[in-house]
Structure formats: structure tokens, C-alpha cells
Design a protein around this ligand. Structure first.
Ligand SMILES: Nc1ncnc2c1ncn2[C@@H]1O[C@H](COP(=O)(O)OP(=O)(O)OP(=O)(O)O)[C@@H](O)[C@H]1O
Ligand SMILES: [Mg+2]
Length: 363
């Protein structure tokens, strides 16, 4: 048996170890490596380090990652905010893996998240049998991060209720959690911090209380608008998924280019040459969504198609991404094919013809 999803600190263990071994500068207290090495780990390095090639994890603006890393070394917590599918969680996983050696201290924010999830709970069988004790205490990932001087991740923080956000304010300002039942207080070891993510399409980041916002530094992760860069990201990540899941066929360059071009045009509401307006979709056609459409088209091609990704496989995979927000989006994309794609040369023609069939069956 093998795991489908290995955490970053294990998957890239060799890179992390090589970076730590080569590190010479000053490390912030509690950090496994220097901020410079964290940047090298996240953005990749031209030259191997200690004989180990350092691959790029996040493809994007160095300045953004630098501010994120600097924030994590400060007294403020970090909030990565942005549109869905812009690699906020991805960055959070890699930053914590590099800095703390683990990306597993994680709280998933939902409307059901309670104070217990961010402070501590109890093993009730033990609690009833023996009364409150260290053994009966179930520490939250945040409490463990405090004890171990590590960074805790808080995903989708804006989905949590007011009580949880309020409790977090006290954790972030006091840097300690009191456990009155044991008469003890756990103070954060150096290296502790919180790295949160929030999706700007969800319940608003703006709804966070001013007091909580003040304890975070906001770093906005942008949507990629450069065509070549997004193609690079989509191709690279799709290839990695194919290798992780050991399924699927590669897509010809022309098709990945076509898919990303289409996503960018639908996102922007206008064609790349600025000549034709197109109706925008309500569904978020994010980079992550493009990766998943391309990956799925590869599985379709391998399992039910010719073995190599064709425009037909791509069109079939696309429907699932577009259908999420309902009939209006399907209409908008159908219109895109009629007014924009059909008139273009090469694979676009075949793509439009295949889309006409694929989208008809869902209407
Ligand atoms: N600039 C990028 N560099 C590398 N990978 C990227 C980039 N943009 C998107 N991705 C890929 O997109 C996928 C989804 O990213 P992720 O889940 O982190 O998005 P998110 O911003 O957390 O979205 P959500 O708000 O929906 O939670 C990941 O596989 C990630 O590798
Ligand atoms: Mg996320």
C-alpha cells in the first residue's frame, strides 16, 4: 500500500535536510532553517544545494513570499488571503514544513469549529475515571504548536464563528493558554506562530473583528494573469499529480495552452488580444481548477480515449468545472465557444466542436 498524499515535509525531506545542512546564517529562534533557505525551498533554486536540486513549489512573486516569511518571524500572525485556488493552502503547507518541520499542526475552520478545537479538550473516559490530568487532556494543534515552538496552520479562518475568533485574539496577544482545570498555563515556546488562510469569495475577510485583524499581517495571494506563467504552473502541477496518483496521460503543449488561455479570457471577460468581450462565469476558473481539468482529461484519455489527450477529452473534463454554478455558466462557456473559440485555428476548432457535444448533454 502507498499513500496518495504525502505531506510536504516527507515528500521533500531530502531538500529540507540539504537546506538545513548548508545553512550558515542566523535562524529566528525555533526555526529549522534561515529565512533565506525557506525562500529557496519555496521558490526553488537554480543551483543544487549539497548536491540536491531544490524544486520550485510556489511559482510567483518573490516579494510576496518574503513578506510572508518575515511576518512569521515577527510577533504578528500571518493571513494568506485571496481568491480560491491561488495556492494559499499550498504555500501554507510548504512554509510550515520548511520552518517548523511539520505541516500537520492544522485546524480546519468551519462553522462548527469550537474553542475546544483551538485550545484543548478532554478524553472523557479518562476524565471521569481519574479527574482532570495531563493524561486526560487532548491538546489542540494550536496548543501543541505552542508547546513545541512551531507554526500552527488555521485553514479558512473566516468560516469560524465569533467565539472562536475571540478566543484566538487572546491566544495571539497573550501567547499562552490557561488550563484552569489543571491550574496551569501553557506559554508559547519561541518559534510559535499562526499561519491562517482565508478565501475572499467566502464569508468575507472583512467580517473578521478589527481586534483580530490587527493581530494578523495580511498577504494577498494574487490570481496569475500572465499567460506563460500560468501555463507553467498548470503543466508542472498536473505532471506532479499524474506521478502522485500514477494515472493519466500527458496533454500536448497546444492543449494546455488552449485551456489556460480560455480560463484567462473567461476570467478577464475579454479575449487576450483585447478585441472581443466575453461573458464572465460565476464559477471560479482558478489555476487550481485548470490543473484539475487537465489532470482529469489525461485520465479520460488514458482510460476511455486514444491514450493521448485530445480536444475531446479536454472538453469532457471541462464540463465538470463549469457546471458548478449552474446553467448560466454553461451558457456563458457555450457562448465563448461560439463567438471566440470556433473562429480560431488549430486545435481550437476541434475543441469547440467537442465542447458543443459535451455541453449539450448537460444543458
Ligand atoms: N502560483 C502557483 N504555484 C504553484 N502551484 C499553484 C499556484 N497556483 C495554484 N497552484 C496549485 O493549485 C492547487 C490548489 O491550491 P490551493 O488548494 O492551495 O488553493 P487555495 O488558494 O488554498 O484555494 P481555496 O481558497 O479554495 O482553499 C495546488 O495544487 C497548487 O499547487
Ligand atoms: Mg485553501
Amino acid at each position: 500500500m502507498s499513500e496518495t498524499r504525502v505531506p510536504a515535509e516527507r515528500k521533500y525531506q531530502a531538500e529540507i535536510e540539504a537546506l538545513i545542512a548548508s545553512d550558515s546564517g542566523a535562524r529566528p529562534p525555533g526555526w529549522a532553517m534561515t529565512p533565506q533557505s525557506v525562500i529557496r525551498y519555496v521558490l526553488g533554486s537554480d543551483k543544487p544545494v549539497g548536491g540536491v536540486p531544490i524544486t520550485a513549489k510556489y511559482i510567483g512573486d518573490r516579494a510576496i513570499v518574503e513578506v510572508a516569511v518575515a511576518t512569521l518571524a515577527s510577533d504578528r500572525a500571518l493571513l494568506l488571503a485571496g481568491e480560491p485556488g491561488t495556492a494559499k493552502s499550498w504555500l501554507s503547507e510548504h512554509l510550515t514544513a520548511a520552518i517548523s518541520g511539520t505541516s500537520a499542526l492544522i485546524v480546519q475552520g468551519t462553522s462548527g469549529t469550537s474553542e475546544e478545537h483551538i485550545k484543548y479538550g478532554w478524553n472523557y473516559a479518562l476524565l471521569l475515571a481519574e479527574g482532570p490530568s495531563e493524561k486526560a487532556l487532548v491538546a489542540s494543534p494550536i496548543l501543541r504548536a505552542m508547546r513545541e515552538g512551531k507554526i500552527a496552520r488555521f485553514e479558512e479562518i473566516t468560516r469560524t464563528g465569533q467565539e472562536v475568533q475571540d478566543a484566538l485574539i487572546s491566544i495571539l496577544s497573550e501567547k499562552q493558554i490557561a488550563i484552569p482545570e489543571l491550574g496551569s498555563i501553557v506559554g508559547a515556546q519561541r518559534g510559535f506562530n499562526i499561519l491562517a488562510t482565508a478565501n475572499t469569495r467566502d464569508r468575507g475577510v472583512n467580517e473578521m473583528s478589527a481586534a483580530l485583524k490587527r493581530r494578523f499581517n495580511f498577504v494577498v495571494i494574487p490570481v496569475v494573469s500572465d499567460l506563460e506563467q500560468e501555463i507553467r504552473i498548470v503543466k508542472k502541477r498536473e505532471e506532479e499529480l499524474r506521478s502522485d496518483y500514477q494515472v493519466g496521460a500527458p496533454a500536448p503543449e497546444e492543449l494546455s495552452r488552449m485551456l489556460v488561455t480560455m480560463f484567462q479570457e473567461l476570467r478577464a471577460g475579454i479575449t487576450k488580444d483585447g478585441k472581443t468581450k466575453v461573458k464572465a462565469t460565476g464559477a471560479v476558473l482558478s489555476t487550481a481548477e485548470a490543473i484539475s481539468v487537465l489532470f482529469q482529461s489525461g485520465i479520460l484519455a488514458q482510460s476511455f480515449g486514444s491514450g493521448a489527450v485530445s480536444p475531446n477529452d479536454l472538453a469532457r473534463a471541462l464540463v465538470g468545472a463549469v457546471a458548478k454554478e449552474g446553467a448560466d455558466d454553461l451558457k456563458a462557456v457555450r457562448e465563448y465557444f461560439e463567438t471566440v473559440a470556433k473562429g480560431r485555428a488549430g486545435a481550437w476548432k476541434e475543441f469547440s466542436a467537442a465542447a458543443r457535444i459535451a455541453f449539450r448533454t448537460t444543458a
